[in-house]
Structures are given as structure tokens and as C-alpha cells.
Design a binder for this molecule. Structure first.
Ligand SMILES: NC(=O)c1ccc[n+]([C@@H]2O[C@H](COP(=O)([O-])OP(=O)(O)OC[C@H]3O[C@@H](n4cnc5c(N)ncnc54)[C@H](OP(=O)(O)O)[C@@H]3O)[C@@H](O)[C@H]2O)c1
Length: 376
């Protein structure tokens, strides 16, 4: 690929980039991580921050995805979790994120069969007012065997699931309650939406949304007065134009899962590596897993990464930071929620704020390189 031909001067219009990081000792490359306790997200200008859809709740520019910290989850022998976790390490990472100004924390009742919500509940003790909690319902599971058992969207089940999430999260209200059944029949979506409106009236939830990649059903939810967000798969290698357009038209927030292509966009996974058997990306992964296959990064997606890596690294960003900066240039209606395991990962991810959004021509160049006529 040729040298990128656009500059990366921070754009005043976005007013997003925090002050430049201090020079590294010896005057070398500056650190891409965060060296001190400054609340980076707190410094982002109000005009650039995202709101929770049509509500006036400020959710900053970067949330935190709490799937990986749930630990193991299985469907038969198929892995749906991220392998073993260290809860103390997870809680340290959450606290680091809160110190750096993260507001939106995304989890689901099913992550780790309740474990992710429980860890989050513990981590937020005394800090509940600082955050916006987003969780999900609709997949059923066994808390003891960590097995997925099915799906349920009935009003009776949803009310029960909501009470169980409130208990695990140690809170009396969920800020954003998301329907987790991606492909649910749009013809039955209005019934689920009405159950959620009832939960709003009961004061159990503030807003609701749907984690879905399909605009047809999402439009039905968007008609609900307290619908605030749609969650969908999207990243610099894997755009979702129809869902972004729907968010822009309806005023809903697009919350983006898989913003790092489940770790592939970090560039740390090479063809020779092998992920664990209990990892959703490992050898027992579900059929829908596309970024990894047979426990290794999928060569097709690695090629796409290599095609745009130089652009992502513009201005001294790490690939992760470029991947997050892509969202801020892509649309004012989207917000990435990168997953994490450690405080160091959280620091690198939050460090992306120092550089601001990618310049718009970089986003166009990525689209050209990866599009139907692109080289990857
Ligand atoms: N159906 C749904 O509603 C749904 C589905 C998927 C995800 N989600 C939500 O979206 C969130 C994000 O998606 P995701 O977790 O699947 O994928 P992701 O954010 O694309 O990737 C997260 C993983 O990348 C690695 N990573 C993160 N930061 C890193 C860094 N700075 N350096 C090196 N490695 C780093 C970590 O795993 P390793 O260290 O193990 O590589 C981390 O768990 C989830 O946590 C969840 O809240 C929702």
C-alpha cells in the first residue's frame, strides 16, 4: 500500500482530542497508554460526546464491554465464553476505566451465566451513580453448569429475568435493558417492546434497546417512546451501513459490539497461534464465529487488517487506537464498547482519545480498500 496521503492534524470541528501526551523520557515515541489518572473521557468536549439515544443521558465516547470478564459459558461442548477469568483483575480494570471517565458499561445476564453481572455489581459498589448500566435478556442459562439452555421472550420470563439482573447488579434500576435475541421475528417484536414499556412504567428500567443486526425488527423497537439504542456488530473491517443509517434517522444510539473484531484488530493474533478450547474464538467456537476459525485468526480478516493497518496507525496510534478512532469519524450516532481483561488493555483503549477521530479521508480510504473493489 502507498503511504497514506492525508494529514492527521486534530480537527477543531470534533474538538475531541485531549492535549497531546507528554514526551516520553529521552524524547522518544510517546506512550500510547495512559500514564496518570487524568479522566480522559471527562475532558472530551460536550459537542463530541454521545447521548443515550433520545434521552439526555451522556455516555461519553467509549463504553466498556463486559462479556469476556464473565468467564466460561457453554452450549453443549461449544464455547460461548472467553475462558478463565480473574475477578480481582476484572474489577481493577473496571475501576481504572471509571477513573478515566468511562460511563457506559455493557453486559448481559447470560455472560458467564450471570457471572459478568455479579462482578460488575461488586465493582460498582459505592460508584453506581457514576455509570450507565446496560444489560441484556432473552437467552436462558443454568447458573451452576454455565450452560446455555435456550431462548425466551415471554412477558413473564422477561420480568423474572429483569429481577434477577437487578439482584446480581446490586441496583434498583437498569439504565438500558437490551433484547438479546438477534434474529427474533419482527412480527413479534412489538409484544417484547410493550413488555419493556411496562418495565419502564414500573421503574425497573429507564430505557431499552435491541441487540440486533437486522433493521426490520429494529424499526419496530424504534417506535417505542423509551427505546434509546440499537446494539450491532461493527468495526473498521466490518461496517454496518444500514444499521448506522437507521440510528441516524431515528435518533437512537448505535452501540457497537466487536469493535476490535474480537481482538483480531489488535494485530496480536498471528496465523501460528492457538486459542484455548474454552474460548469462543477457540477450536470449539460456534458456527457464527467469523473473525477466527479453528482457534486461529481467519486469514481473510487478517488480510483485511493488513490492508488498512498503516491507516489505523496514523499519527502514532496503535492498531487498537486507530480502530476505535475510526468510530468517532464514522458517525456521530455510534459508540464502541471494546471488551477487556486487564487495566492495561483499558488504558490503551482509553488512550485512543488523546489522538481524536481518524481524519475523514482515512475513513473513505479504508472503505475503498475494503469495499467490493478493494484489494482485501
Ligand atoms: N449479541 C450481543 O449483544 C453481543 C455480542 C458480542 C459482544 N457484545 C458486547 O460487545 C462487547 C465488545 O465485543 P467483544 O468483547 O466481543 O469484542 P471486542 O471488543 O472486539 O474485543 C475484545 C477483546 O479484545 C482483546 N483486547 C481488548 N483491548 C485490547 C488491547 N488494548 N490490547 C490487546 N487486546 C485487547 C481482549 O481479549 P483477549 O485479551 O483475550 O484477546 C478483549 O476481550 C462485549 O464485551 C459485549 O459487551 C454483545
Amino acid at each position: 500500500m502507498n503511504e497514506p496521503h492525508f494529514s492527521d492534524a486534530p480537527s477543531e470541528k470534533h474538538a475531541l482530542a485531549a492535549p497531546a501526551p507528554p514526551a516520553a523520557p529521552g524524547g522518544g515515541q510517546t506512550s500510547s497508554r495512559v500514564a496518570c489518572d487524568e479522566p480522559l473521557l471527562g475532558r472530551v468536549a460536550a459537542a463530541s460526546r454521545r447521548q443515550l439515544g433520545r434521552s439526555d443521558i451522556d455516555v461519553g465516547l467509549l463504553g466498556l464491554g463486559c462479556w469476556a470478564i464473565g468467564g466460561p459459558l457453554w452450549q453443549g461442548e461449544e464455547a460461548h465464553g472467553w475462558g478463565r477469568v480473574d475477578d480481582a483483575q476484572s474489577i481493577r480494570a473496571i475501576h481504572r476505566a471509571l477513573d478515566l471517565g468511562v460511563v457506559l458499561l455493557d453486559t448481559a445476564d447470560v455472560y458467564g451465566a450471570g457471572h459478568s453481572e455479579s462482578v460488575l455489581g461488586r465493582a460498582l459498589e459505592g460508584r453506581r451513580q457514576q455509570v450507565v448500566i446496560a444489560t441484556k435478556f432473552g437467552k436462558t442459562f443454568n447458573e451452576f453448569t454455565h450452560q446455555l439452555t435456550g431462548e425466551n421472550a415471554s412477558a413473564h420470563y422477561v420480568r423474572q429475568a429483569c429481577e434477577a439482573s437487578l439482584r446480581r447488579l446490586r441496583t434498583d434500576v437498569i439504565d438500558l435493558y437490551q433484547f438479546h435475541l438477534n434474529g427474533h421475528d419482527p412480527a413479534h417484536a412489538a409484544a417484547v417492546r410493550e413488555t419493556l414499556e411496562d418495565l419502564v412504567q414500573l421503574g425497573k428500567i429507564r430505557h431499552y434497546g435491541w441487540s440486533t443486526d437486522f433493521p426490520d425488527g429494529a424499526r419496530v423497537f424504534a417506535e417505542g417512546p423509551h427505546c434509546a439504542a440499537l446494539q450491532f456488530q461493527m468495526n473498521a473491517l466490518d461496517d454496518a451501513p444500514a444499521m448506522v443509517e437507521l440510528c441516524e434517522q431515528t435518533g437512537l444510539l448505535g452501540i457497537n459490539r466487536g469493535p476490535l473484531a474480537m481482538g483480531l484488530l489488535t494485530g496480536k493474533y498471528r496465523p501460528g497461534g492457538q486459542l484455548g478450547i474454552d474460548d469462543v474464538r477457540g477450536t470449539k467456537s460456534p458456527a457464527w464465529m467469523k473473525y477466527f476459525c479453528d482457534g486461529r485468526p481467519n486469514p481473510r480478516w487478517l488480510r483485511r487488517l493488513e490492508a488498512v493497518r498503516e491507516i489505523l496507525q496514523l499519527g502514532g496510534r496503535t492498531p487498537v487506537q486507530g480502530a476505535l478512532a475510526w468510530f468517532w469519524a464514522r458517525s456521530p450516532s455510534v459508540l464502541p464498547i471494546p471488551g477487556f481483561r486487564t487495566a492495561a488493555q483499558v488504558e490503551e483503549n482509553l488512550g485512543a482519545l488523546r489522538f481524536g477521530p481518524l481524519p475523514p479521508p482515512a475513513v473513505t480510504e479504508i472503505e475503498t480498500l475494503l469495499g467490493p473493489d478493494g484489494e482485501a
